[in-house]
Design a protein around this ligand. Structure first.
Ligand code: COA
Length: 212
């Protein structure tokens, strides 16, 4: 579900029956809208959210029968990279579960606000797979190698308080408040200096990529 209001684009994942598990169709729709937002000069901030749950991961039922070619087509990295590369600030507003590909999607954003009932983790290795859509790169950047190794290799799921403590989220709010707080932050970006925000974001990224 896409909403554009007062310079803020909200992309709301909407597969409630499957806890917003990411299937091909959902990611293709996400890709289409991210592409459009990237070209829309009116938009100054993006919020990714999912209502009751953010996303409980890649759609396991869809993955089970994939052959090698099917698995390659099912990959989400291309779309997630587009989100990562948006020039404007991006915020993930997280209620409920953000697991696997769902957490990988959240860490493509610049900032994460989660409600105190949120549960976050990378359970992939327990399923015989690995975080393949940027999690192995972005989690160590956010958490440091040691904590990222722990989360990914143990597949542990943490609550919002622990996620806040280790720097996985920027802010913890009361249940049901993640989106409204994200709008508060996004409004600051809308009222802010767009070139300064974009250059600051770009420069932080370049510094990380060059290691200096
Ligand atoms: N892929 C596909 N369907 C999923 C899903 C996923 N990643 N996560 C949840 N769902 C579906 C369930 O199959 C169920 O649908 P159904 O009733 O039609 O079978 C519905 O969402 C609700 O899930 P359910 O397991 O009944 O809810 P719960 O509250 O008991 O447990 C979770 C919630 C998130 C702990 C559990 O669904 C889970 O472990 N999901 C997989 C998480 C995961 O490993 N993600 C990484 C994938 S790479």
């Amino acid at each position: 579900i896409v909403e554009k209001r007062n310079g803020i684009a909200t992309l709301k994942l909407h597969r409630p029956d499957a806890m917003n598990a990411l299937n091909q169709q959902l990611v293709e729709e996400l890709d289409y809208h991210v592409e459009a937002i990237g070209k829309d000069q009116e938009i100054r901030a993006v919020i990714l959210t999912g209502e009751k749950n953010f996303a409980a991961g890649a759609d396991i039922k869809a993955m089970v029968d994939l052959d090698v070619r099917g698995a390659e087509t099912f990959a989400f990295s291309h779309t997630f990279k587009k989100i990562y590369n948006l020039e404007i600030p991006t915020i993930a507003a997280i209620e409920g579960y953000a697991l696997g590909g769902g957490l990988e999607l959240a860490v493509t954003c610049d900032l994460r606000i989660a409600s105190s009932n949120a549960k976050l983790g990378f359970p992939e290795t327990g399923l015989g797979i690995m975080p393949g859509a940027g999690g192995t790169i972005l989690a160590p950047m956010l958490l440091g190698v040691s904590k990222a190794m722990e989360m990914i290799l143990l597949g542990s799921i943490v609550g919002a308080d622990e996620a806040y403590r280790i720097g996985l989220i920027n802010k913890m709010v009361e249940p049901g408040q993640a989106y409204s707080e994200a709008v508060n932050w996004a409004n600051k970006f809308v009222d802010g200096a767009p070139v300064a925000l974009q250059m600051a974001k770009k420069t932080i990224r370049r510094g990380l990529e060059s290691g200096s």
